[in-house]
Write a protein that binds this ligand. Sequence first.
Ligand SMILES: [Zn+2]
Length: 143
Amino acid sequence: MIAPDFDYDAVTRDMPEARVMRGEAYAAKGWVDLVEIAPTGVLAHVTGERGLTYVVEVAARDASDARCTCPDFEDSGLRCKHVVATVFRVLDADDAELETAAGRLARLTDMLEMEGRDDAALLVDRARRDPALLRELEGEPVG
Ligand SMILES: [Zn+2]
């Protein structure tokens, strides 16, 4: 198994329907960028209505271990629409997409090392939680 075996009903249980629908819409619009996937958890960058990108981490089948950098989550600690979007996106992805996401950071590290960046591992680790840096590293090879 590549990704966590999420139980969508458990993830969205007791959640206002509007929040679930917004999360699903974010996923459908392609606003979820899967950065890191392992059987134990997922890290994604999710862009919201105002163009701000949040860092979302989800572990556990029912997403009981989830974090998001959005104000909603930071205020309430409750699973937000970005968590829903991330889980929905993972469940909607095919194996090839999951494989691509699972190997993404390793490929980026290799690429930077081939370009002679001796801080590659450090940069990539920082980019996990820095959407702008990740885009820059993937989009504009330095060298
Ligand atoms: Zn959020």
